[in-house]
Design a protein around this ligand. Structure first.
Ligand code: ZN
Length: 136
């Protein structure tokens, strides 16, 4: 048996419409596209699967799915909160990454400064030694 047959089909998720403030169905398939028989599962009802555009349309018109989509926010409060948290964490991570890059660059610059100062210090010690030899 190939791996493809045992893998779980991806979960269909409706899209949030920022204008209406509601979740809406959006086909993961392109209308009239051939060979688009990828299987999706829907959490409106356990064991619900659909594949292809017409199968999707038929599914979203079912009473169970309509009820689910109308109450999507209530049914998925935890999931929605986690998604929002994930977005916020990613943004915070990106900011920290930028800050880290800046600090790395600053540290590199400081290291170069320290190296230059050490070099100058060694030169001064040498000059001091030479001066001592010449004056004694
Ligand atoms: Zn459904």
């Amino acid at each position: 048996m190939s791996n493809q047959l045992v893998t779980e089909p991806p979960l269909y998720t409706p899209q949030f419409n920022a204008v209406t403030g509601k979740y809406e169905d959006q086909s993961p398939f392109v209308k009239f596209e051939r060979n688009n028989k990828k299987l999706y599962k829907c959490s409106c009802k356990s064991g619900t699967l659909f594949s292809g555009y017409s199968s999707f349309i038929q599914h979203i018109q079912s009473k169970t799915h309509q009820e689910y989509i109308n109450n999507y926010e209530n049914y998925n409060k935890e999931l929605i909160a986690l998604k929002k948290e994930n977005i916020n964490l990613r943004a915070a991570y990106l900011l920290l990454e930028q800050k880290n890059t800046k600090l790395d660059r600053a540290l590199d610059a400081r290291c170069v400064e320290v190296l230059n100062l050490e070099k100058k210090n060694e030169e001064l010690i040498m000059i001091k030694k030479v001066f001592k030899l010449l004056t004694h």
